[in-house]
Ligand binder design. Structure first.
Ligand SMILES: NC(=O)c1ccc[n+]([C@@H]2O[C@H](COP(=O)([O-])OP(=O)(O)OC[C@H]3O[C@@H](n4cnc5c(N)ncnc54)[C@H](OP(=O)(O)O)[C@@H]3O)[C@@H](O)[C@H]2O)c1
Length: 263
């Protein structure tokens, strides 16, 4: 367990997922965490659920913390950071805001601030996440290693060059939504054929988890994983044909293209 006190400015969805995951695996204790949001009442309610310390201001969070996570919406980041620039200079600063890469953030912070940009996805909440970290950063080697060691307990951590942050973010950050749609669709099919909805969702969710784990552990080509389930003249290959006829793989790639085009 780290000795760092961790501050969060913007205790919304992703910050709660990140802190919730770290608490779940005992990588940190709730006593080490200080958080603030725009609305103090809401912050208190969320903080109480995790037994972390709610604070009234960003200044109070920074004062209590060694490492400060900035997790407000991208369009709010500059407005939130400018008044606290000088205080942040004394801390390790982590931003999780989309499109706030090192160079952009460096312009808003005081020169010499130790900072790093990263993008977690929501499964960090259950210690099954992904965290994409930008290679370009100004943390010391020891700070970076300590931070990565913490994150490794709840996520696959990948260091990515600045030019590929956007696609890595899309592949890991947008796809939980697409995958939830796949889960829902397969669940509907299960219900159509007589399963209860709860059981159908449970079966599909475990199948998704298991298929991912199989790939990560065995590293077989996805095509070989598909072939291993398709016997000659069998049932699965008919499903594969139906997916191909309906443009399944093209639809998945188009979804990524659509998300990238918006960026
Ligand atoms: N959600 C994801 O899957 C995801 C994944 C990776 C990265 N991100 C990034 O994470 C950031 C937050 O996204 P989110 O989905 O967690 O949004 P969110 O749930 O709306 O959280 C934003 C938080 O910022 C707080 N806030 C707003 N103005 C503030 C201020 N002046 N001082 C302190 N706190 C303030 C809000 O407080 P109130 O609730 O009181 O208004 C809220 O707690 C974004 O930059 C996004 O790009 C999100």
């Amino acid at each position: 367990m780290t000795n760092w006190k961790i501050g969060v400015i913007g205790f919304g969805n992703i910050a709660q997922a990140l802190i919730g995951g770290l608490l779940k695996v005992d990588a940190i204790s709730s006593d080490q965490v200080y958080v603030c949001s725009a609305h103090y009442d809401k912050c208190c309610a969320n903080a109480e659920r995790m037994s972390v310390h709610p604070c009234r201001t960003a200044e109070e969070v920074i004062e209590q913390s060694d490492l400060v996570i900035l997790a407000v919406k991208p369009y709010q980041m500059e407005k939130v950071c400018v008044p606290i620039q000088k205080l942040l200079k004394e801390k390790i600063v982590v931003t999780v805001a989309s499109k706030w890469n090192f160079d952009r953030f460096d312009e808003v912070l005081v020169s010499g601030t130790h900072h790093i940009s990263m993008i977690p996805n929501t499964p960090v909440a259950v210690a099954e996440g992904i965290v994409i970290i930008e290679e370009k950063n100004s943390l010391s080697e020891d700070e970076l290693n300590q931070w990565k060691a913490l994150l490794n307990q709840i996520a696959l951590v990948e260091m990515v060059d600045s030019d590929h942050m956007s696609i890595a973010d899309t592949i890991s950050g947008c796809t939980p939504a697409f995958t939830a749609m796949y889960l829902e669709a397969l669940g509907d099919a299960g219900v159509k054929h007589g399963l209860t909805r709860a059981m159908a969702y449970r079966l599909v969710a475990q199948m998704l988890k298991g298929t991912g784990s199989l790939y990560l552990e065995q590293g077989k080509h996805p095509g070989a994983m598909k072939d291993a389930v398709c016997s000659p003249n069998g049932t699965t290959i008919r499903g594969v044909e139906a997916l191909e006829k309906n443009g399944f793989r093209a639809a998945a790639m188009e979804a990524i293209n659509a998300a990238m085009n918006k960026k």
